[in-house]
Each structure stands twice: as structure tokens, then as C-alpha cells.
Design a binder for this molecule. Sequence first.
Ligand code: IPE
Ligand code: IPE
Ligand code: MG
Length: 229
Amino acid sequence: MSSPRHIAVIMDGNGRWAAAKGLPRIAGHRAGAEALDRAMHLCRDAGVEYLTVYAFSTENWKRSEEEVGGLMRLLSIYISSKRKELKKNGVRFRVIGRRSDLSEKLQREIADLEAFTADGAFTLAVALSYGGRDEIVRAARKALSEGMAPGDLDEAAFAQRLDTAGIPDPDLVIRTSGELRLSNFLLWQAAYAEFFFTGTLWPDFGKDDFEAALAAFAKRDRRMGGRKQ
Ligand code: IPE
Ligand code: IPE
Ligand code: MG
């Protein structure tokens, strides 16, 4: 049974989870952070090496000030409260996305945690103010500003300028909450990913859903465009 080396997750449905319980949306995001810890443990136990999670998109800035502020505070709390635990568990923390959108304080906390956990064997990449199109435009700008000759820019050179440089492409992309779209997530990197969609809302995501995703993945025939003779 083949297992994915890199799983990427669109952690969706926090708001609906909270609404169903008569709670404020931020309570759903708090429960979502706990589901992330659960997912990380499940991944490590299953031998997955990379977990990338979509936590905040470039489009999510359109939400209310209250929700955006609450999410930013939650992120800051997550980063400071998980510091020791991530290090102890050998988790290398990394952020992908347009960091300059974040407060300077949050940017410093992120850079500090990335440096502190740099030697971890398991990578947790958190997509923050992330949009696949934005990432691609920033990579193109980077290549241009380096004065790269057009003929030198190939797929590998381009990938090195994406936020995910050094991280292999995801093998499996999971989206919770029943939505069947990418919402601007890993547009370049997911070119040959397998997809698993579940109606489970992210705060409820646990072992059963994870195992169902792995079982579905194991059955897929990843031809990558080629064919056996
Ligand atoms: C996903 O949950 C988390 C973020 C986008 C920050 P949502 O907040 O999108 O939850 P729903 O889709 O409204 O239920
Ligand atoms: C995608 O979810 C972003 C994250 C999970 C962080 P959204 O809830 O923002 O996506 P749409 O609006 O349903 O496409
Ligand atoms: Mg949503």
C-alpha cells in the first residue's frame, strides 16, 4: 500500500461547525486548531513527512474585522503556546504566503519559531495570507528582479522561487466541509495531486476521516500522464 509523503489540507467548515452549536465563529477556529494538532499526530504516526495546511487565504481578508482579528490573535497564541511541543516532537514549522500582510509582531514570532524548529524531521507548513496566484506572481517577480535570462527560467528554477521551495509537491489534497474546489490553494504544486473530499467539518476531522483518505489514496493509480506498455 503506497502512502503519501506530503498531505495538504484545506481546513474548511469551522464557521459552520460553530453555527451548528450556536457558538461564535471564532470558537470554530479554536476547535479547528485542536483538529490541526490531531491531524499532525495522525500524519506523523502514518509516516507522512510533510503536512501543509490552509489556515488563511489572500481572500479571507474580506471577512469581518472581528473574525480576521480573532484569527490573527489565535495564530499568535498558537505560535507561542506550541513552541516547546513542536520542538520536542521534531516538527519543523514553516509559513507559506504573503507574510508582509501580517503584523510585524506576528512576522517576528513566525520567523523566530521557524528558526527554533529548523532541524525538525517532520514539516508543518502553514499557509497564511496565502493564494496560489499571488505566490506565482511573487515568484515571477523574484525571477525578474534577479535579472534572470528568460531561457534560464524552467519549471525547477520557477519552483525554487515559490514559497514551497524545498518541499516536495503534495501527493494528496484533502478538503473538508463538502466544498469541491481549490479556493486558490497550491495551484502550481497540486498539478498531479490526488484529491479527497469529505463532508466532515474540519473541527470534527479525526482518525476515521484520516484513515478513509489514506485508504482512498492507496487505491488510486497515479499514472502521471504515462502508461505501462
Ligand atoms: C475554514 O473555516 C477556516 C478559514 C477559512 C479561516 P471557515 O471559516 O471557512 O468555515 P465555513 O466555511 O464558514 O464553515
Ligand atoms: C479556503 O476556505 C481557505 C481556508 C480554508 C483557509 P474558504 O472557506 O475561505 O473558501 P471558499 O470561500 O468557500 O471558497
Ligand atoms: Mg469556508
